[in-house]
Design a protein around this ligand. Structure first.
Ligand SMILES: Cc1cc2nc3c(=O)[nH]c(=O)nc-3n(C[C@H](O)[C@H](O)[C@H](O)COP(=O)(O)O)c2cc1C
Length: 255
């Protein structure tokens, strides 16, 4: 079943090489206004986005986000932030005290922000723009908070590069849908077969070219490295372990 919207969704590919051409500010506004049409918990709209276009600041952001060159290259960087600061001020303005110290409060704002930014992605891609999320924004969150002047109860969930793709980007295959879609109950029968199928697909794309892994039980034997090996290695390492500390400093106490 395919229609123009689904077709556009299927064309998504993270873009990491951009032309230097700028994006008109009205286009950025159109994208953010479209994103605002997204559902949001109780219509509370617990998010903000900081758009950075200045080259020097993008260079600094590129460094802070793990020396990712596409951040300096893309004409626009967007910092998508969970924001309970606005409601804090609104509650005070109306003579109430906002409750913000529970995990639920952070989760509400984070979920709202993620939905907002993915709608922005679809809007941007429909205009021919390319984008790439930047989780690296959480590598040095306190420096990002200082650089963007993020107040109490505002936290950067993800960054995004936005610009005109320098070349066509191929969509990256995903797991067979049966590996993530369960009907009625969570039933993992057949998962391993689906994972193997996906490993083969991903090896064929050449994404992991040159990477090999030892064949279990066969000394000295090596075989091509696929998505399961790549992902298992990735999740076996801790990442961004200081987040809780910075979240607490920003006022998200996660009780
Ligand atoms: C929350 C999030 C953070 C990400 N962070 C980065 C990042 O810091 N740098 C990067 O180059 N890609 C980043 N990505 C892009 C993913 O690597 C990419 O979406 C994934 O490999 C799938 O590829 P696709 O988007 O082309 O389908 C991120 C994606 C998400 C959803």
């Amino acid at each position: 079943m395919i229609n123009p919207t689904i077709d556009q969704i299927y064309q998504h590919a993270s873009v990491r090489s951009y032309k230097t051409d700028p994006i008109p500010p009205e286009m950025v506004e159109t994208i953010v206004a479209a994103a605002q049409r997204s559902s949001t918990s109780s219509n509370l709209q617990m998010y903000s986005v900081v758009v950075v276009t200045g080259a020097a600041k993008r260079e600094r952001l590129a460094e802070l986000c793990g020396n990712q060159k596409h951040i300096a290259q893309a004409p626009v960087f967007m910092a998508w932030c969970a924001d309970l600061n606005r409601l804090e001020r609104i509650a005070q303005w109306r003579d109430y005290q906002q409750v913000s110290e529970y995990v639920e409060n952070f989760l509400l704002a984070a979920v709202d922000t993620v939905i907002l930014m993915q709608t922005a992605t679809l809007a941007a891609e429909s205009l021919g723009l390319g984008m790439c999320y930047i989780g690296g924004i959480r590598n040095h969150p306190q420096d990002i908070i200082n650089l963007l002047n993020l107040p109490h109860l505002v936290f950067p969930i993800a960054g995004m590069t936005l610009g005109w793709p320098a070349r066509p980007h191929l969509p990256r295959p995903k797991l067979p849908t049966r590996a993530i879609l369960y009907w009625e109950t969570y039933d993992t029968t057949g998962d391993e077969e689906a994972w193997q199928e996906y490993d083969t697909t991903m090896i064929e794309t050449g994404i992991y070219r040159g990477r090999q892994v030892a064949v279990p039980g066969q000394e000295g034997e090596m075989e091509a490295y696929g998505w399961t090996e790549h992902s298992a290695r990735r999740v076996s390492q801790p990442h961004r372990v200081i987040l809780r500390e910075v979240l607490e400093k920003q006022g998200f106490l996660l009780k």
